[in-house]
Design a protein around this ligand. Structure first.
Ligand code: NDP
Length: 432
């Protein structure tokens, strides 16, 4: 803790993983001898840089940029970029740390990293967004590359921003290096299903949990928080599988729609009009704005898909009271440690983000494969690869949990399975 003062979210993420690893290090002392855990907690490299740009009023704006290259034992650093005013080193490090285990769980050759900026895209014009992205890449370009570090999107960074970032990378380097970024548009090196992948993947993971109980999504009431990339495509897949999504949100509030969220309208409001969730409520008769917490809306399954620590122990208690049976994290670390403890006491099955939302990065790895082979796969084929990956992660979490006497504990299974694969690679590569 004293090495990383004030980095609250990073401490939280590290503690959560280390809490699960006791039985592993006892069984395999080689990890301790080679200081694997201490090395894992220290990023290989962290870059912090100035991002100067000029706004529409001709004022010079200064933001702070980050790229934390956490661990490359399994492959090039891989992880998204987040543009949000709350971004600081502690958030980037928590996300980068989580990413190591998540990427390991996918079974694909990718290491862990994360980056971003405290830039707030809200209310900024197209021109401002483009100039900011260009300024950000003007420093970042020297640190990334197909074999080095491959960023993607996250909160505040979607297809539009990846386009401006890729354009600037191409301009500076004079290289059409498709494999340097993922989440690209379909006509310029992107993969079908990447946009949908995190949301779809989270639903596929929850579907596996249901399947193991002989149940399905058909007729289930689901609450999804957020209304960005992950939430939107989680809702789409849930509806395709027969669930009724009764509520979603953004940072200004939430809507309850007992008829089920009208996804076309939600996409129009959020992606085209770039409006707020209240604009959805204004345009839909069956929807009303909710009060208090979105987790007070009764549901069978809850998918937090907005941001870290958005669901606390009070929310968890209300979910339990209302009979919620499964919580699967579409976002990174959206449930507080107290909430997770409460799920366990209440018998709610909990699927942690590093397993349940790994479909996004897994499909990014598929995008890298397509770029490397200059190939392009169909939607159906790519979606099947995603579904297969999520089934694989699900089964691996359960098998590992069983092996370490924690049956049904997806969080322990994910941490241990993700850890052992990286740790074994680190042992093989020597003390570096
Ligand atoms: P988006 O920017 O597309 O959407 C984020 C959504 O969450 C928006 O509805 C936003 O509301 C809401 N939100 C953001 N910050 C807050 C906050 N502080 N309080 C309340 N609501 C908030 O991001 P994504 O959908 O891409 O990411 C959502 C989560 O999923 C993040 O935790 C991310 O790390 C994780 N994730 C994303 C992946 C991806 O492929 N995109 C992959 C794996 C995980 P508003 O618009 O009002 O800000």
């Amino acid at each position: 803790l004293h090495r990383n003062p004030g980095e609250t979210e990073f401490h939280q993420a590290v503690r959560e993983v280390l809490d699960s690893l006791g039985p592993v290090v006892t069984k395999l002392p080689a990890y301790t001898d080679a200081a694997v855990i201490r090395r894992l907690c220290e990023p290989e490299r962290q870059i912090i840089f100035r991002v100067p740009w000029v706004d529409d009023q001709n004022n010079v704006q200064i933001n702070r940029g980050f790229r934390v290259e956490f661990n490359s034992a399994l492959g090039p650093f891989k992880g998204g970029l987040r543009f949000h005013p709350s971004v600081y080193l502690g958030i980037v490090k928590f996300l980068g740390f989580e990413q190591i285990f998540k990427n390991s769980l996918t079974g694909m050759p990718i290491g862990g990293g994360k980056g971003g900026s405290d830039f707030d895209p809200k209310g900024r014009s197209e021109g401002e967004i483009m100039r900011f992205c260009q300024a950000f890449m003007t420093e970042l370009y020297r640190h990334i590359g197909e074999y080095t570090d491959v960023p993607a999107g996250d909160i505040g960074v979607g297809g539009r921003e990846i386009g401006y970032l890729f354009g600037q990378y191409k301009r500076i380097t004079n290289r059409y290096e498709s494999g340097v970024l993922t989440g690209k548009g379909i006509t310029w090196g992107g993969s079908l299903v990447r946009t949908e992948a995190t949301g779809y993947g989270t639903v596929f993971f929850a579907q596996e949990i249901l399947r193991s109980r002989g149940e399905s999504f058909d007729g289930k009431r689901v609450v999804v928080s957020g209304s960005g990339n992950v939430a939107t495509y989680a809702i789409e897949k849930l509806q395709q599988l027969g669930a009724i999504v009764v509520a979603c949100s953004d940072s200004s509030g939430f809507v309850v729609d007992e008829q089920g969220i009208d996804l076309e309208l939600l996409k129009e409001v959020k992606e085209v009009q770039r409006g707020r969730i209240c604009d959805y409520a204004d345009q839909r008769e069956s929807a009303k704005l909710g009060e208090g917490s979105i987790w007070s809306v009764p549901c069978d399954i809850a998918l937090p898909c907005a941001t870290q620590n958005e669901l606390d122990d009070k929310d968890a208690a209300v979910l339990a009271q209302n009979g919620c049976a499964i919580v699967a994290e579409g976002a990174n670390m959206p449930c507080t440690p107290d909430a997770v403890r409460l799920f366990s006491e209440a018998g709610i099955t909990f699927a942690p983000g590093k397993a349940a939302n790994a479909g996004g990065v897994a499909t990014s790895a598929l995008e890298m494969q397509q770029n490397a082979s200059r190939d392009r796969w169909s939607f159906e084929y790519t979606e099947e690869r995603l579904a297969e990956t999520m089934r694989g992660i699900h089964d691996r979490c359960l098998e590992t949990a069983d092996e370490y006497d924690a049956p049904g504990n997806y969080a322990a299974g994910a941490n241990i399975a993700g850890f052992t694969q990286v740790a074994d690679a680190m042992l093989a590569l020597g003390v570096i």
